[in-house]
Design a protein around this ligand. Structure first.
Ligand code: URA
Length: 446
């Protein structure tokens, strides 16, 4: 195999035959192909894409580069959920114990924050003592015993993805649909799942800002699953405003616990219930989506989901007092600063990416991979598109480490939230449902 010829073929828009592409990927995995040639190949993929066979070879090479969680003939169906990333997205913390309380086995490997978007690993790490680095056999046993385990991605699973991602990150090749789809799906497939529900975000705070790209990403991931006997369903959801009110790690855990008590913001509850209903149907734990929704609503309202979360926190070494008194258990920032509206009007638009970036600047996310997260900081937003404000009405409460960063965050929030007289045009919270058989538009009732 001549690496040069593989790169040239992809660069010129041709399809690289299976054995050649496989040898190219294996050579990289075994250290026999330098980073610069892989970087050139990734850039060629960014421009030219991958056909179905090439995608298949890439997914297999990534999965086979590490261990797989093997549930063997254990009874039950293992179903996971993955979000493509957004601001204020604390759904996994609510959904994983909720689905487990309703009979689904949820082996969830969660990610760190990426750019302006938060990550479940960072949110759960705000809970004192909560361990996310469980060995794979403990992870597997806990899924079978408790119905749910939430861990961080481990280097034993898909190590090739880690190396490819590190190169993509520094060569402007992250935002490629086949590279994203293969990266996400290979990790999920290696974690031993039978089915997957995707929350594909779109809007100004999503990685896929355009709806057409979100749909294409969903179809690509569904196709990868279909080739490997893994049922995948995707909901396309709005990320043209943050999800819920809290943005920042400890603040989002508090909001997630409110939701597990049957309270909390309606939008996060709606997305959580819709995704959980899909999981229940994939797990054959509900006969249809409506029954799945009703079961999810009931388990949020009667404490079963909260109880499963309490057990999850305990088993993974976290301080279980977080469930009953989160405010006393979670770290709290020393500075709280309320941002008041500068003028009367209506919230017309929210620049969600800018809000996420402002949270990162406070310390809620990382600018460099080895930056430390400050779990205490972030925003409690008081508005959404359409909210009417009088001058001075609260727009957000900033939680910050000191007054100087709080002042900078205030300026960033003011720029990110447009108040005026125009009519807001927020995206529907859940706009599409994508399955193997096609795309349905979801009505406003959902
Ligand atoms: N998340 C991943 O795991 N991989 C990508 O490529 C993008 C987002």
């Amino acid at each position: 195999m001549m690496p040069y010829a593989v790169i040239r073929q992809k660069r010129d828009g041709g399809a690289v035959p299976r054995p050649l592409l496989d040898s190219f990927l294996q050579a990289f995995h075994h250290g026999d192909l330098p980073d610069y040639q892989m970087a050139a190949f990734l850039m060629a993929v960014w421009f030219r894409g991958l056909d179905a066979t090439e995608l298949d070879v890439l997914v297999d090479a990534i999965i086979d580069s590490g261990s797989r969680v093997d549930f063997g003939a254990e009874p039950g169906r293992r179903i996971d959920k993955h979000s493509t990333g957004g601001v204020g997205d604390k759904v996994s913390i609510v959904l994983a114990p909720l689905a487990a309380a309703l009979g689904v086995q949820v082996p969830m490997m969660t990610g760190r924050g990426l750019g302006h978007s938060g990550g479940t690993v960072d949110k759960l790490s705000a809970i004192p003592g909560f361990r996310l680095d469980l060995p794979l056999d403990t992870f597997r046993d806990q899924v079978l015993d408790l119905g749910v385990a939430m861990i961080s991605q481990t280097p034993e699973i898909t190590p090739l993805d880690g190396r490819l991602y590190a190169l993509r990150d520094v060569t402007a090749t992250v935002d490629s649909i086949p590279l994203i789809a293969s990266s996400i799906m290979s990790k999920k497939l290696a974690s031993g799942i039978d089915g997957l529900v995707l929350d594909v975000k779109t809007g100004n705070g999503a990685f896929m800002t355009a709806e057409a790209d979100a749909l294409e990403l969903a179809r690509t991931m569904i196709g990868i699953g279909a080739q490997r006997d893994c049922d995948v369903v995707a909901l396309v959801t709005a990320m043209d405003r943050p999800l819920g009110r809290a943005v920042g790690n400890a603040l989002e855990v508090v909001e997630a616990i409110d939701l597990l008590r049957g309270e909390g913001p309606a939008d996060v509850r709606e997305v959580t219930v819709a995704l959980t209903a899909e999981m229940l149907v994939l797990a054959a734990a509900a006969p249809d989506i409506e029954a799945g929704r009703a079961a999810a609503e009931a388990a949020l309202d009667d404490g079963r989901a909260l109880d499963r979360f309490r057990r999850l926190v305990e088993v993974q070494g976290g301080d279980p007092r977080v469930v009953d008194s989160p405010a006393d258990t979670l770290p709290r920032a020393p500075v709280q600063r309320t941002v008041g509206a500068a003028a009367a009007g209506r919230v017309v638009a929210m620049d969600t990416r800018a809000i996420g970036e402002a949270a990162v600047a406070l310390g809620a996310g990382r600018r460099h991979t080895d930056d430390l997260i400050d779990p205490r900081v972030g925003f409690e937003l008081q508005v959404e598109p359409g909210t009417r404000l009088e001058r001075g009405d609260p727009v957000a409460v900033i939680h910050a480490a000191d007054h100087e960063v709080a002042a900078r965050a205030e300026a960033a929030l003011r720029d990110a939230i447009t108040v005026g007289d125009d009519t807001p045009r927020p995206r529907p919270l859940i706009s599409h449902r994508v399955t193997r058989t096609g795309v349905e538009e979801v009505g406003p009732g959902r």
